[in-house]
Design a protein around this ligand. Structure first.
Ligand code: SAM
Length: 609
């Protein structure tokens, strides 16, 4: 059921029933026993309600409690461990009571206006296993407060000029250059989105922002302002390059080898944390587990003396172990058990009892803040879908395993080809994905079906199985009907290009595509440097593109000195295809004729790579 379709008219709670009347006339009745918070409430607390979630949820202000119509329709019970409200930091440094220096920095109006509401409500129910196609700012506003457990985002970076539009970043029909002209513009784009993300995160939730050196420091300051700098937990360095790096011959900088993940909790020390471990490498084993016992088991000696020793404030147990009098870190009973198990002994040549920590009982090393054990996606990898910004599954699996539990809700609001959703599904979490690009949404839907084997099916989804996609705008039929200018924009963006702003003096070229990895050679990036490497795109909203259309495009390619170009239409005549062939053989230039159906096809990435 569409989240926004279920507007509430009235709500009543009796001793044993919750009754919700919808504006379209439906009446939903559920036993009150499904909602312990309501069942335990006083009549006064139950009576006072207000609509929330754009009218599709009920909020009981005296209880600080929400239910969504979508959840009621599915007959879901109150989620265990429902969280109460938190008070987020209005300014970083709020715990000290002093205004933070950053709060005094001149900032955009949004710095003040977009801070999260002072009081956040909790919500137990929200639609999950849904891919929303659209601008995440709009989609997030439709979600109730405090409804997800883990958020991961990997927004397009400042530097991804070719990727930005590849994924449909021109919704407002502003060119990339306008929007991302500076880091400030990037931060201004991200700020209201992060404010919404902070709002929808549960009190026990965690937030990960994936970025790189281009903007990470500015992003950190922005996130400190939104989440509170005291809620910053870690900067994680993901070493994404192995042997290859970007320090080419003659460059005057260190190779840029890593991405940064900024990790925040939502304000409670009680945030979900499942310690993950990495296996010990041989060098570590050789240096740290150098002892071998009589059964051939490798071990290392561990300290048994209590930290703080005899200090009365520590209250450490004091007794004799193997003839040695001391203050120990375990109770006497526990120590005796260790001795019986052969785990405590005095090492040869030693004077103090020590603990044998066996290698075969080690879980490994707790994962630290430098992740160099997860390789980036290589184009030949089985999981590769051909998208340049696709992140490896193990990276998302680590984040999800650490910061959520089974059935928790994971949200990725910039989900690209859906790595976070696939990882969440595999790990038995609930998930919500948002992406502005219809192409990305189709690709991730196919991936979920193929990799996770879950059906995309409205009816099954309603009974708690499968998943659904919402707001996907395009079908061939609709594309035939939209105005030519809209069609051109759609086609260029779907291909990963940038639509031409001017229609005059462009030799009939409708857009440009920058090849993946097109980085300006010079250290100081300029738009001009990038301008040198692009392919033209020509769009015709018609069937049977003929030879004259191809001739015109060839002229445009010659004049702009391009050796490769893309043509998009519904269909081509035989004559047109023969001309494309001739152009290649005689002029050594390539025109790739694409049909609308091919672009709608989820395999488009492979055809372009
Ligand atoms: C770097 S990619 C994410 C890749 C993803 N982590 C993966 O592994 O596939 C960024 C994504 O953000 C999407 N995006 C950009 N602006 C957006 C917006 N305003 N709302 C929703 N999605 C957006 C782009 O379409 C793109 O798919």
């Amino acid at each position: 059921m569409n989240f926004s379709a279920n507007k509430i008219k009235s709500v009543s709670v009796t001793a044993d029933t919750l009754k919700v009347e919808l504006k379209d006339g439906r009446v939903l009745q559920s036993p009150l026993s499904l909602y312990p918070t309501l069942a335990k409430a006083t009549p006064k607390q139950r009576t006072k309600w207000e609509p929330c979630g754009a009218g599709t949820g009920v909020h009981w202000p005296l209880l600080d409690y929400d239910l969504s119509v979508a959840g009621l329709l599915r007959g879901e019970a109150e989620a265990p461990g429902i969280q109460l409200a938190r008070k987020p930091a209005k300014y970083p440094g709020h715990k000290t009571g002093k205004p933070h220096v950053l709060a005094e920095e001149p900032g955009s109006a949004e710095t003040q206006d977009s801070s999260p509401p002072a009081r956040l409500k909790s919500s137990s129910l929200v639609d999950t296993r849904v891919i929303y196609c659209g601008d995440n700012l709009e989609q997030l506003k439709k979600l109730p407060d405090a409804c997800v457990d883990l958020i991961y985002i990997d927004p397009p970076f400042n530097s991804n000029r070719n990727y930005e539009v590849f994924w449909g970043e021109t919704k407002e029909k502003r060119s990339f250059e306008d929007r991302h002209a500076s880091t400030q513009a990037y931060i201004e784009f991200m700020r209201p989105r992060c404010v919404e993300l902070a709002r929808v995160l549960k009190k026990t939730g965690s937030f990960y922002y994936h970025c790189d050196w281009h903007a990470s420091h500015y992003v950190k300051v922005m996130l400190d302002q939104i989440f509170g700098e005291n809620n910053f937990i870690n900067e994680i360095v993901w070493k994404r390059q192995t042997s290859h790096n970007d320090a080419k011959q003659g460059s005057k900088h260190y190779g840029r080898l890593h991405d940064v993940l900024l990790f925040y909790c939502s304000g409670s020390e009680d945030y979900t944390w499942n310690q993950q471990y990495v296996s010990l490498d041989q060098t570590y084993i050789d240096s740290h587990y150098s002892q071998v016992d009589e059964n051939g088991r490798r071990f290392q000696w561990g300290d048994l003396r209590a930290p703080g020793g005899a200090a009365p404030s520590k209250g450490n147990p004091h007794y004799v172990v193997l003839g040695v009098d001391g203050y120990w870190r375990y109770t006497q009973e526990k120590m005796e058990q260790f001795i019986r198990e052969g785990r405590v002994t005095i090492p040869p040549g030693g004077a103090v009892p020590r603990y044998k920590r066996f290698l075969d009982e080690s879980k490994g090393l707790p994962v630290g803040s430098v992740w160099d054990d997860i390789n980036p996606i290589n184009s030949q990898a089985k999981e590769s879908l051909g998208y340049p910004t696709q992140k490896p599954l193990p990276l998302l699996e680590r984040i999800i395993q650490t910061s959520s539990n089974e059935n928790d809700i994971v949200l990725d609001a910039f989900c690209g080809c859906g790595t976070a959703l696939v990882a969440a599904q595999k790990l038995k979490r609930q998930w919500i994905g948002i992406d502005i690009s219809p192409t990305a949404c189709r690709v991730m839907a196919k991936r979920l079906r193929d990799v996770c084997g879950i059906p995309e099916d409205e009816e099954l989804w309603k009974i708690g199985r499968g998943f659904v996609s919402r707001n996907l705008p395009w079908t061939e039929e609709k594309l035939r009907a939209i105005p030519p200018f809209e069609f051109e924009n759609w086609a260029v963006i779907a291909l990963g290009g940038i639509p031409n702003k001017t229609k005059v003096g462009d030799w009939g070229i409708d857009g440009r595509i920058f090849p993946v990895g097109a980085e300006p050679a010079a250290f100081k990036e300029t738009e001009l440097a990038l301008e040198e490497r692009w392919y033209p795109i020509q769009v015709k909203q018609k069937d049977k593109v003929g030879r004259p259309d191809i001739d015109a495009f060839e002229t445009a390619m010659r004049r702009s000195k391009r050796e490769k170009g893309f043509f998009i239409a519904f269909d081509y005549t035989e004559d047109a295809l023969r001309e494309i062939d001739r152009f290649f053989k005689e002029d050594h230039a390539v025109i790739i004729p694409l049909t609308v159906n091919e672009i709608l096809d989820e395999q488009i990435a492979r055809k372009l790579s």
